[in-house]
Design a binder for this molecule. Sequence first.
Ligand code: NAP
Length: 547
Amino acid sequence: MANSFVQNNGVASDYHEVVIVGVGMTGMCQLHYLKREGVDVLALERNSEVGGTWYNNRYPGCRFDSESFTYAYSFSQEVLEEWDWSERFAAQNETLRYTQFVADKFDLRDNIEFNVSVKSAHFQETENLWKIRLEDGRSIECRYLITSIGALSTPTLPRFDGLDSFKGESFHTFHWPHRGINLEGKRVAVIGSGSTGVQVVSEIADKVGHLTVLQRRPNWCAPLKNGKISPEEMSDIRDRYAEIFETCNSTHGGFLHDADPRGFHTVTREERLALWEKLYDEPGFGIWLSNFKEIFIEEDANAEFSEFIAGKIRQRVDDPAVAELLIPKDHGFGIQRVPLETKYYEIFNRDNVNLVSLLDEPIERITESGIKTETAEYEFDVIVYATGFDAMSGAFDQIDFRGVGGQKLIDKWSDGPMTYMGMFVSGFPNMITLLGPQTGSYSTNFPRAIEAVSSWSTDFVLHMRKNGKIRFDAEAAAEEAWCEESQASINQRLLRNAKSWFHGFNANVKGHDTLKPRPYIYVGGNPKYVRRLTDIKNRDYEGVTIT
Ligand code: NAP
């Protein structure tokens, strides 16, 4: 065990070879992988349970956009045998139960301290250790610090005047009361129309007295087409798990969906329309990921497909003026994250639902009784903020990370993140940033990337141990090159034009209200990313100085 190695070096007892911060899907996987190798590992979790995203987000309608059986962990045959998914796209409570089931199965809770928040993590240069301070005043030391603190775990509220003056109930979707809230007969406002807002309003429209959807920029949404999984279907899925995961690991996005192999320009318009009609009718992200590649690279191809989707919106929304408001004009389909929806557009045909376009009448302030826009005043009982997250780097900014020479991570990343493979930060030795900015995870079905990076970092920790090494640090040149490669992966796609959390943009957060010069994501695809990680390992961890 690493512990005895460390004790030989006279290190204090409140010490673990590895400390993992955050026990959502990523932290759980990493914890299990290290634990089964006998590594002395402690995981710290600010919630009272495992599950991360699936623990925190309790808003009505919260569910996967990934097929449940492709989102599952693939590492345990036993879990695959024992867990049944009830729906093609499972709801939040089912996924939370799944994470709890996995935690129980592998006794993960034995290595987790719950209800603790990390305040700071400072690298101790002489001892090559991290000193972690907790909000409760305690401190813990570790050789290796692994962060799995979530890409979308720091919710952001708008910077409206009067936010606290509202006398009714108001909350961010991330803080939807766990006790639940009765919306029957209530006048409810939902601000925001990203994936979260779309899910919430679709679910509550027929349960509230009156619903007002306050939309700034509309998104291109497409049908989720959820459905139950029968016992026979589950049995078939179980028989095909190996094949399912093999396919997911081979596709750009880590899903069963993969780009149409025909070229956009090599087929007729009729053939394009036939594919699009088929995809619009099928479940999940096929409409995005099984489409022609050119749609996400060429402006004209994108415009033609966007017009097809606009036609669908016009068909589904009765009032032509409302339909036009719901059609994005500032970006094409798939350039930002596509929210998948269940009867979203149809809610606007209901008498108790109205759409307010904040592009036409921006919000001036929140009042005691509701919301005042530039042209009207609305009264509400409940205001829901589906206003998104300080994505990717936000969770890092909450913790005072300091590396070599006391350098603050927040300062190093002031122009946007700099990482090597999204896993290491030069000048912050002995730290692994799982699912941090610039990992391959952002171009994939998260758990497929989670398993790959957790396995890679486990091998890395074992490599350090086997070779009696106690310090690693990414080389600045390798970091620079990865930033460039990440930027190049974006530049090749129309995604470069997105003004969204993909690029760390969030108008509600000072410093993130303009686009940063550095990339937040790598979108070269999961297979390429995993190959790069494997090559690095095979070349004796090229780009990392190990001492
Ligand atoms: P989001 O995509 O960032 O959307 C935030 C929404 O709030 C946008 O419509 C934004 O409008 C609006 N907004 C923000 N600040 C505003 C302000 N001051 N005034 C008016 N409107 C404002 O956040 P999200 O919907 O929470 O989704 C984030 C990500 O979480 C998704 O992209 C997805 O990856 C993940 N997610 C996944 C699922 C799933 O798997 N099913 C479900 C939910 C979320 P603008 O666009 O004009 O800024």
